[in-house]
Ligand binder design. Structure first.
Ligand SMILES: [Zn+2]
Length: 527
């Protein structure tokens, strides 16, 4: 392992990541995520900007009590202000008060910003940088110096950008992080600039790319090729505008393809679960097509590809998905042949193409597809069809009846009230709810009726709901197809329902989602 290039991974999900649209984390979420990042072997966790809010400052107070095994917590702040004494500057003080082993000091390296944003002289900016880094280092902190707008600064005035790098080095920075703050740098430029730097004379180089040209990952891995030893990014690539460099892609590339040594290498099979855990915490639907960790990263449509996959997967996949904790999926579609069904059945035993059950499932599938069902994105519903045909299905309940009534009075929003009567474990239960719409109402009422018998249902929730009109030319008689994604924080699964009635279609998908959870994760405890 010693001849591998060592790369340090710095996570800024909790700071830069939360700048992404729709990313909101509570204090508890941040602590939970930090624990998982530590567990995954991340070297640095940037916790936030302690001066910005009480929530940010309290993260550091609580994180201090944790015993992180792999990660150093870093507080973010900037150089002292022009004219301030470093000892009394509020940014510097806030970083010290966070009492973290590492601090991230952001400073200007683009002349335009020195002149037009912080309105000071180029010399004064260098002094601000030197004082801040030297002081924090004297106070026992490991100082990571983020050079804001470095690439634009370098293109504007190479000599000044170099002066900033040398100042950081002389002041004792642990690493110099070249930031592409506006995210406009292309891979060739990033590589050329890194190759031009007198890296031997400087503190170790890190990079922090934003994704505004869609190249944050490419830039990061090329930077490693060009000497960088410290990579900053976020889980799932979240960040303002188009996001930050995505660590869920960069780290597998470094570990599995570039022969780099990171502290995450040993636990790289946990990265899919890390990606989904963080998405759950942020209440964001995971991007299914995300490289390495997305649901479809190793999925194949039935047909010829799937046949090759069965015989020689290395011919159809760039890596084995298991290496990153993901799994191969063979998607069921109208093109599905019997061999695909055989593979789907393999989970339950060995079945031959010519067996009766395979023919039966083949016919059922054709029939269902004619009615508008689609199982490519609803494998859980297909799993239930298989279970039912194998006699390996146990239903949660039998419906007696449900009743929904929507009401609206002038000037108020519409509400739906619902009641449900059902039999579970031989006993009749009633559930009731009042919610905004019929689907939410029926979901609530169903949970109300089942909560006592099946308390485990509280662990699963509906995380996405999609409706598609199948034959819009039929107007209000058109069929709708509903897809529901459910999750229990460890797994997610998709179900489908089809009907002319949106409530009925939703009901089908909803019941499937609960039945799937019950049969696969409660009765049979899958991994
Ligand atoms: Zn940034």
């Amino acid at each position: 392992m010693n001849n591998l290039k060592k790369v340090t991974i710095f996570d800024t999900t909790l700071r830069d990541g939360t700048q992404g649209t729709g990313i909101n984390l509570t204090l508890k979420d941040k602590l939970d995520i930090a624990a998982r990042l530590d567990d995954a072997g991340i070297d640095y966790i940037e916790g936030g900007f302690p001066l910005s809010s009480e929530k940010e400052a309290s993260f550091f107070r609580l994180a201090k009590k944790e015993n992180y095994l792999n990660s150093k917590i870093a507080a973010f702040g900037s150089t002292r202000r022009s004219g301030n004494k470093v000892e009394s500057d509020p940014y510097i003080t806030a970083m010290l008060e966070a009492e973290t082993p590492a601090v991230v000091v952001v400073g200007k390296s683009w002349k335009e910003h020195v002149e037009r944003v912080i309105n000071t002289t180029f010399e004064d900016n260098l002094e601000m940088i030197y004082d801040s880094i030297a002081y924090l280092k004297d106070e026992g902190r490991e100082v990571i110096f983020d050079l804001e707008h470095f690439f634009d600064g370098y293109k504007g005035d190479r000599d000044y950008a170099l002066k900033v790098l040398r100042t950081g080095t002389e002041a004792g920075a642990h690493s110099l992080v070249l930031c592409d703050t506006n995210g406009g740098t292309l891979p060739t430029e990033a590589m050329d600039i890194l190759n031009e730097l007198p890296q031997d004379e400087l503190a170790p180089i890190g990079v922090h790319f934003h994704n505004d040209t869609g190249n944050a990952v490419a830039n990061s891995i090329l930077a490693v090729r060009s000497g960088a030893t410290h990579i900053q990014g976020t889980i799932n690539g979240w960040g303002e505008r188009c996001g930050n460099a995505n660590l869920c892609i960069i780290v597998p590339n470094l570990a599995l393809k570039m022969g780099c040594d990171t502290n995450m290498n040993e636990k790289i099979e946990g990265i899919t679960s890390l990606s989904r855990f963080v998405a759950e915490k942020a209440n964001v639907i995971p991007d299914k097509s995300q490289p390495y960790v997305g649901d479809t990263a190793f999925s194949h449509k039935a047909g010829q590809h799937a046949d090759v996959i069965a015989k020689a997967p290395e011919l159809m996949e760039h890596i084995d998905g298991k290496l990153v904790g993901n799994k191969r999926r063979i998607l069921i579609s109208g093109l599905a042949g019997k061999s695909t069904i055989v593979r789907k059945l393999a989970k339950y035993g060995d079945y031959d193409k010519s067996s009766e059950i395979v023919s039966q499932l083949f016919d059922d599938l054709k029939e269902k597809e004619l009615q508008g069902y689609e199982y490519e994105a609803a494998e859980a519903s297909f799993d239930l069809i298989i279970r039912k045909s194998l006699g390996r299905f146990k239903s949660l309940f039998d419906l007696n009846n449900y009743h929904l009534e929507s009401f609206k009075t002038n000037g108020t929003l519409s509400k739906t009230v619902g009641r449900i009567f059902l039999m579970a474990n031989g006993i009749e239960h009633m559930g009731a709810s009042v919610s905004n719409g019929p689907v939410e109402t029926i979901d609530d009422a169903l949970r109300d009726a089942l909560s006592e018998t099946y308390p485990f249902l509280s662990k699963m929730s509906l995380i996405d709901y999609k409706v598609r009109v199948l034959n819009p030319e039929e107007a209000s008689h058109a069929k709708v197809r509903v897809f529901i994604t459910s999750s229990d924080r460890h797994h997610s699964w998709d179900t489908v329902g089809v009907s002319e009635n949106i409530v009925e279609a939703s009901w089908e998908a909803l019941v499937d989602s609960m039945d799937y959870y019950y049969n696969n994760y409660v009765l049979e405890k899958e991994d």
